[in-house]
Design a protein. Structure first.
Length: 230
C-alpha cells in the first residue's frame, strides 16, 4: 500500500509506502557497536562483571550492562528513559539482544554492586583499556588536576568547598590523572568538595598512579589546568 502526496513548497511528488521492516532512529550507533565488537567488549565484560544470575529466565548481566550503556549514549538522563529503547527492534538486532531489559531490571543490576565489586570491576576494565594503548618509546605524559562537580541533593561526600560557579553549593572535587598523548583518563579519585586544591596533591597522585600501573612508561607528571570546570 502506498500513497502519493505533493509537497507544499517545491511541488514535488512524494510516495509514502508501508514496510514490515524494522526501523530505528539510532542507526548511527552501528559505528560504535562495530567498535565494541572489534575491541572484544562483550567477552571482556562477561569475564569481569562480578554478578552471576542462576535463574534460567534471567537476562545475561552483560546484556543488561550493555543496554544501560547504549541507553546513556542514546540520550537517556534517567533509568526511565531506557524504556524507550525496548520498542526498537532494529536496535535489538544491532546489539544481538533478544530481550531488552526494563529500567527496573537495569536498576536491580546495579543494586547488586557493593563498593568492593565496583572497585574490582572497574580496575579490571582499566587494566584492559591500558593494554589497548599503543606503545610509545618516549613514554606518556601524565597530567593531573582537579575539577568541581556541583551537586543538587544529598549525595554522599557532597560538601561545601571551592565552587567557582555555584558558590556555597555542595560539590565533589575529584582528582583526575590523564595521559596527555592518548587523551585517556587513566585514573580518578572522587573526593569531597572541601578537599584542598594545593599543588601537593599532584605529587602524591602521580606516585599513586605509577605504582598502580607499573607496566606503563610514564615520562613525567605535570599539573595541567583544565580549561572548563563543570
Amino acid at each position: 500500500m502506498h500513497r502519493e502526496i505533493t509537497s507544499i513548497f517545491a511541488q514535488n511528488k512524494v510516495i509514502l509506502r508501508e514496510t514490515k521492516r524494522v526501523v530505528t532512529p539510532y542507526g548511527g550507533l552501528s559505528v560504535f557497536v562495530e567498535y565494541l565488537r572489534k575491541i572484544g567488549y562483550s567477552e571482556t565484560i562477561h569475564a569481569h562483571l562480578p554478578v552471576c544470575l542462576k535463574s534460567p529466565n534471567a537476562i545475561d548481566p552483560t546484556e543488561k550492562f550493555t543496554a544501560f550503556l547504549i541507553s546513556v549514549l542514546s540520550g537517556a538522563r534517567r533509568f526511565a528513559h531506557a524504556g524507550l529503547l525496548r520498542l526498537d527492534g532494529a536496535l535489538h538486532c544491532l546489539l544481538g539482544i533478544v530481550r531488552f531489559p526494563t529500567d527496573n531490571t537495569m536498576r536491580n543490576l546495579f543494586k547488586r554492586f557493593s563498593q568492593a565489586k565496583v572497585s574490582e570491576f572497574y580496575s579490571s576494565l582499566t587494566q584492559w583499556q591500558v593494554q589497548k594503548l599503543p606503545e610509545r618509546t618516549e613514554g606518556y605524559s601524565l597530567d593531573l588536576d582537579s575539577t568541581v562537580f556541583a551537586r543538587y541533593g544529598q549525595q554522599q561526600g557532597a560538601l561545601r568547598g571551592y565552587n567557582p560557579k555555584k558558590h556555597g553549593r555542595p560539590s565533589h572535587h575529584p582528582l583526575l590523572a590523564i595521559m596527555a598523548e592518548a587523551h585517556f583518563v587513566l585514573h580518578a579519585w572522587l573526593r569531597s568538595g572541601n578537599c584542598s586544591s594545593s599543588p601537593t596533591f599532584a605529587v602524591e597522585g602521580c606516585f599513586r598512579v605509577i605504582s598502580r600501573y607499573p607496566q606503563l612508561e610514564v615520562l613525567f607528571c605535570q599539573r595541567q589546568p583544565i580549561q572548563k570546570r563543570l
